[in-house]
Design a binder for this molecule. Structure first.
Ligand SMILES: CC(C)(COP(=O)(O)OP(=O)(O)OC[C@H]1O[C@@H](n2cnc3c(N)ncnc32)[C@H](O)[C@@H]1O)[C@@H](O)C(=O)NCCC(=O)NCCS
Ligand SMILES: Nc1ncnc2c1ncn2[C@@H]1O[C@H](COP(=O)(O)OP(=O)(O)OP(=O)(O)O)[C@@H](O)[C@H]1O
Length: 198
């Protein structure tokens, strides 16, 4: 089984690329989905978050108030560290389990889509790492639009992550997503063909 790591800054286009890879037959493990599952009602993750951040981050229906927690952690590094210490190990455990499940299924191409791939050293599970890259201004614009954030808030979120230059330096493949989606997917197809997955 070939494991391709897929990463990129917030709103860079990872989901766009991974949806395409899925369409082309890859099996995708999505870090953002796992991050949501580990804090579902009844899970130990949610209990720990409640202990750390208080009941103000829990909605009336018992689910996590993601917008409220996001406001707290993306404005304060210490709080973000606290969040990561709680969710990080839970996410890693599920990722490792899902990699094993994929091995049993004899999957040929497994995509590990993890926003904080290098920060969490997930490259150690991967045969190679692809990063989706866009200029800072485009990233800011797409993030503000998608998450309905003010410029300052969007800038803060971007700043909590590794710089794009650093990520591009560490990755094996850099996909430019600054133009039309079709142009982005052409680069992905080229990689699939070169590596005999298409
Ligand atoms: C803070 C939370 C509640 C905000 O929820 P929200 O629905 O607004 O965002 P969502 O989960 O869809 O994440 C959107 C993007 O934010 C960025 N992001 C998420 N968590 C983090 C983090 N801890 N550090 C830096 N960037 C992050 C990623 O680029 C991610 O793709 C949520 O992101 C969370 O629980 N984060 C901790 C889990 C985690 O580390 N997720 C990353 C997956 S490896
Ligand atoms: N080439 C493109 N041109 C214009 N808009 C794009 C392009 N690629 C992606 N987008 C838009 O930018 C936003 C971010 O894309 P996407 O959700 O794929 O990024 P992501 O890296 O998965 O984000 P996150 O990690 O924050 O969840 C989306 O609203 C998407 O529709």
């Amino acid at each position: 089984m070939y494991i391709l790591g897929l990463t990129g800054g917030i709103a860079s286009g990872k989901s766009t690329v991974s949806a395409f890879l899925k369409k082309k037959g890859a099996f995708v493990i999505d870090g953002d989905i796992i991050a949501r599952q580990v804090v579902e009602p009844g899970k130990i993750g949610l209990r720990k978050l409640k202990e750390a951040f208080g009941t103000k981050i829990i909605k009336k229906d018992g689910t996590l108030n993601r917008a409220r927690l996001g406001k707290i952690v993306f404005a304060d590094k210490k709080q973000l560290k606290r969040l990561n210490e709680i969710t990080g190990p839970l996410i890693r455990q599920r990722v490792e389990e899902q990699i094993e499940e994929a091995r049993q299924l004899k999957i040929r191409l497994l995509v590990l889509e993890i926003p904080l791939l290098f920060e969490g050293h997930y490259e150690k599970y991967c045969d190679s790492v692809m990063t989706v890259s866009i200029p800072h201004e485009v990233q800011l614009e797409r993030l503000m639009k998608r998450n309905n954030l003010k410029k300052g808030e969007a800038q803060k979120r971007i700043k909590t992550q590794m710089s794009q230059d650093e990520r591009n330096r560490r990755a094996d493949i850099v996909i430019d997503n600054s133009k039309q989606v079709e142009e982005t997917l052409t680069q992905v197809i080229e990689w699939l063909i070169m590596n005999k997955f298409a």
